[in-house]
Design a protein around this ligand. Structure first.
Ligand code: SF4
Length: 297
C-alpha cells in the first residue's frame, strides 16, 4: 500500500496535465482512448478539443456522416477508428450508456483494455486497464520480469486486486502508471528516479547495468509492403484518402488515383495492388466508387 502512496505523490508532482484526465464523462474518455490507440499523446491533444467542439456528445456524433467523420479525423491516421467511434455512438444513442465493464464490451470495437479504461476512469471502479505500458511496469514490479509479455496479464491482475487500495484515489493509479511507464520505466528504465524502486523486483537487475533489450523487441511492427514500394501500404491508403478528401465532393477518377498516391505508379504492375487497397477502404466505409469515380464514403 505504501508503494501506491509513493506512486501517487510522484504522479502529483510529475504527472501530465491532460484534458481527458479532468473528466468522468464516458464520451470524452472514449474519444481520448480511441484517438490514443496508435497515436502519440502530443498529436491527440491537437485533435481532441476540436473533435469535442464539432461533436460534443454521443447524439451529435451519431448523426455525423462518413464524410464529416473523415474530414474531422483527417491527420490522426488509422481512419477506420473515427467511423468505429461514430458507430459506437449510434449504438449508445439507441441503447443507453453502458454502466458496467461487461456491457461496454458488448459494443463492437471495444475490447477488454478500453472497457477497463472506461470503467476505471468514468465509473471510478477498482479496475486496471493493462496495456503494453502498464504491463511493463507491473510485470517488473511484481515479478521481476524485465520485458513481460501478455501471457503474464492474468497473474498481474491477481496481484493488482490485493495491491490497489479500496479507498482514496485508486482510480488515479492507472494514469500514474502510464506516466511512470512513459518517462521512467521505459524499455531501459531509469530506476534511480523511480518511486517504486525499493519494492520493485526488477530494480536490482536493471541497476546492475547488464540488461540489454532483446533483439525481437527492437524489430519494427510488421506492415504490408507491395513489390518495391518504399513505404508500407498504410501510407498509400492514407494518401488515397487525402487525395479524395481534397477533391471532395467531386471525387477522383479511378484512372488518375494511382499517380496521385505514387509518382512511380505502373499501370501494368500496380493496378491490382491499388484495387485491393481500394476495395478494403470501400468495405471500411471510408471511400465509395461509382462509374469509376472515387468519392468519400
Ligand atoms: S524500479 Fe525500475 S524497473 Fe522497477 S518499476 Fe521502477 S523504473 Fe521500472
Amino acid at each position: 500500500m505504501i508503494t501506491v502512496q509513493k506512486l501517487l505523490s510522484w504522479y502529483d508532482r510529475h504527472g501530465r496535465d491532460l484534458p481527458w484526465r479532468k473528466t468522468r464523462n464516458p464520451y470524452h474518455i472514449l474519444v481520448s482512448e480511441i484517438m490514443l490507440q496508435q497515436t502519440q499523446v502530443s498529436r491527440v491533444l491537437i485533435f481532441y478539443s476540436s473533435w469535442l467542439k464539432q461533436f460534443p456528445d454521443w447524439k451529435h456524433l451519431a448523426q455525423a456522416t462518413n464524410t464529416e467523420i473523415i474530414h474531422a479525423w483527417s491527420g490522426l491516421g488509422y481512419n477506420k477508428r473515427g467511423l468505429m467511434l461514430r458507430d459506437i455512438a449510434r449504438e449508445i444513442v439507441k441503447k443507453g450508456t453502458p454502466q458496467t465493464r461487461e456491457t461496454w464490451m458488448t459494443l463492437k470495437g471495444i475490447g477488454p483494455y478500453t472497457a477497463s479504461a472506461l470503467t476505471a476512469f468514468s465509473l471510478h471502479e477498482r479496475v486496471m486497464p493493462i496495456d503494453t505500458n502498464i504491463r511493463r511496469v507491473l510485470g517488473r514490479f511484481f515479478f521481476g520480469l524485465l520485458f513481460p509479455d501478455p501471457k503474464k496479464d492474468k497473474q498481474i491482475q491477481k496481484k493488482i486486486k490485493a495491491w490497489l487500495p479500496t479507498h482514496g484515489r485508486f482510480y488515479d493509479v492507472p494514469q500514474a502508471l502510464f506516466d511512470l511507464a512513459s518517462s521512467v520505466c521505459t524499455k531501459i528504465p531509469n530506476c534511480v528516479s523511480c518511486p517504486l524502486r525499493k519494492e520493485c523486483h526488477a530494480a536490482q537487475k536493471f541497476l546492475s547495468g547488464n540488461v540489454r533489450v532483446p533483439k525481437n523487441m527492437i524489430q519494427k511492427a510488421k506492415e504490408t509492403h507491395y513489390r518495391n514500394k518504399p513505404y508500407p501500404d498504410r501510407i498509400y491508403r492514407g494518401r488515397m484518402l487525402k487525395c479524395v478528401r481534397l477533391h471532395d465532393p467531386n471525387g477522383v477518377d479511378m484512372k488518375e488515383i494511382g499517380l496521385h498516391i505514387d509518382p512511380s505508379f505502373d499501370r501494368h504492375l500496380d493496378t491490382e495492388w491499388l484495387k485491393n487497397m481500394l476495395e478494403r477502404m470501400i468495405k471500411n466505409g471510408l471511400l465509395k466508387k461509382k462509374n469509376n469515380v472515387i468519392t468519400l464514403g
